[in-house]
Write a protein that binds this ligand. Structure first.
Ligand code: GAR
Length: 208
């Protein structure tokens, strides 16, 4: 069984989708062993506690230098024996130390079809605001491995979602979560735990 450690910052609906998938027996070769938040008030922590999952908090602002934060997060993940790290709405940028320590073992969920509407500054509602502003007719979500380029790592799964006339960023965010994020994130995690994702440079091959 692989130890899955989930990093969160907010409401934690993607964490909930992972917990639900685990409870339905869909994550056969892994188990969520710890949830770590960048924010002590995140509702995601309550979701973890309600499901008997260990929690921890690590705040960027408690470290003067970014390098010290990067080292502390790496050490925390190693102390939890993480085999897979999942960024489920984690709003703090990761440093190179943690990324190198967990190469191709960190999965992020991004609320757009990468390489659209991604990179520095594209997070949360902002992503949907920009998609609506640009007038695209289709958006979606991407589950990908994390490397040192923001939203630039190998893509694992993507799912498209239609934009409707009259959509607000909030309405679109909800549709993208329901139709795409909450489906492809648990699926990507299950595939990883079963060693069904092969990575060759930028390209992943799914053996399903
Ligand atoms: C999700 O839409 C996730 O894709 C996004 O933040 C939201 C978190 O919601 N992540 C990013 O924008 C990362 N760049 P949640 O806390 O309810 O899972």
């Amino acid at each position: 069984m692989k130890n899955i450690v989930v990093l969160v910052s907010g409401g934690g609906t993607n964490l909930q989708a992972l917990i639900d998938a685990q409870n339905r027996g869909e994550i056969k070769a892994g188990s969520i062993t710890c949830v770590i938040s960048s924010n002590p008030n995140a509702y995601a922590l309550t979701r973890a506690e309600n499901n008997g999952i260990e929690t921890a908090v690590i705040r960027r602002r408690d470290y003067a230098a970014f390098e010290d934060y990067d080292s502390a997060l790496t050490a925390l993940l190693q102390s939890k024996h993480a085999d897979l790290v999942v960024l489920a709405g984690f709003m703090t940028i990761l440093g190179s130390r943690v990324i190198r320590a967990f190469e191709n073992r960190i999965i992020n969920i991004h609320p757009a079809l990468i390489p659209s509407f991604c990179g520095e500054g594209y997070y949360g509602l902002r992503v949907h605001e920009e998609a609506l502003k640009r007038g695209v007719k289709v958006t979606g979500a991407t589950a990908h491995f994390v490397n040192e380029i923001c939203d630039g790592g190998p893509i694992i799964l993507q799912k498209a979602v239609e934009i409707h006339s009259g959509d607000t960023p909030e309405i679109l965010q909800k549709r993208v979560m329901e139709q795409a994020e909450w489906k492809i994130l648990p699926k990507a995690v299950a595939l990883f735990c079963e060693d069904k994702i092969k990575v060759n440079g930028q390209i992943t091959e799914i053996q399903d």
